[in-house]
Design a protein around this ligand. Structure first.
Ligand code: M7G
Length: 316
């Protein structure tokens, strides 16, 4: 069946999460008996032709005056939209989805945790190993081998060690510049997260940053001061990748402290670690305390940090 047929046969079960401010909703259901998640996000206003906003053909196609009071008027309305040029909504479908996806897209209490090097060695490494098995990185390898999304590639450096692919993230609608969201997926497979970085990786990260900035400014005529370039800790996928997002795009929690770390800061930290080498100290991100936010449904909270907070031994 086609993706269009699949999504039409979605049988709704329950709402996982909803954000009225960001205008998003996450639905859980089934397709052909298998669990599936649909996430929907209302798109930003089309700012390329603001003059036609009030046009009954190209803009507000219908209007209903709810109330007026002195100089104040409020209406409800509909906007002329088309799925290809000016869509009303961006819809993502994960099918079939796993229990981990369901947790990730569910509303949940957040917790601040401190991951020491000891906790990383003892528990997190095991967790990461589990998370790189079972085909979870298939979509990454599909991109790297040009099996999927190859027509979307913006820039590729094919070098085994220094190389990467720059392409639109699945979160981007591909047209709205102010919500531009790209991913950099590296070719090398030896970096699971920033925890693996030491000063040895400085030339790699510095060249990646330069090439990405050049490629983005060439394709979209966007200068460096309009881009946020960062990594996640913890990421969802343990194959090193970098997020490149337009400065105007409000990404919510995924671009704030407790989750996002600027690539510039990673490079700076490694440069400081390199200076420390002259004193005989070989440091890397593995030696740091990492402080970050975890949702209560995240396995790392459930299996590691909640037990530790309760004084019991994690069972991972
Ligand atoms: P992350 O920091 O590991 O996890 O980033 P996050 O999802 O918690 O942010 C992975 C990034 O890859 C996210 O920005 C995803 O939107 C993006 N992504 C995930 N998948 C499954 C795909 C995909 O199939 N194609 C593309 N282009 N991007 C994806």
């Amino acid at each position: 069946s086609t993706p269009e047929q699949d999504i039409r046969s979605f049988k709704f079960e329950r709402i996982l999460n909803q954000d009225t401010g960001r205008k998003t909703i996450n639905l859980l259901g089934t397709i052909s008996g298998l669990p599936a998640i649909i996430t929907a996000e209302k798109t930003a206003f089309n700012s390329t032709s603001p003059a036609s906003f009030v046009s009954p053909e190209q803009g507000l196609t219908s209007l209903n005056l709810l109330q007026k009071n002195d100089i104040y008027h409020w209406f409800m309305g509909t906007i002329a939209q088309s799925a290809t040029e000016n869509a009303a909504v961006k819809v993502n479908m994960i099918y079939p989805c796993t229990e981990v996806h369901i947790k990730k897209y569910s509303a949940q209490q957040l917790h601040m945790v401190v991951e020491t090097p000891e906790i990383y060695d003892k528990y997190i490494l095991k967790y990461i190993k589990q998370k790189t098995e079972g085909g979870r990185l298939n979509w990454v390898y599909n991109i790297l081998s040009h099996k999927e999304e190859s027509e979307k590639i913006i820039y590729e450096d094919t070098d085994n060690e220094m190389g990467f692919i720059l392409l639109p993230d699945l979160k981007w609608d591909l047209v709205t510049m102010s919500t531009l969201y790209l991913s950099v997926i590296v070719h090398r497979t030896d970096i699971r997260s920033i925890r693996d970085f030491t000063p040895v990786h400085l030339p790699f990260l510095i060249s990646l940053r330069t090439k990405v900035l050049n490629a983005v400014s060439e394709r979209y005529t966007l200068s460096r001061n309009l881009l946020k370039i960062y990594v996640h800790y913890q990421p969802s996928y343990y194959h090193f990748h970098v997020h490149v997002v337009h400065i105007s795009h409000d990404m919510g929690a995924s671009a704030t402290v407790g989750k996002a770390i600027l690539l510039d800061e990673v490079i700076q930290m490694l440069e400081v670690m390199k200076i420390a080498e002259s004193t005989g100290k070989q440091l890397g991100y593995k030696d740091l305390d990492m402080t970050y936010v975890l949702g209560e449904e995240h396995d790392l909270w459930k299996k590691v940090f909640e037990p530790l907070a309760n004084g019991t031994e994690p069972t991972i």
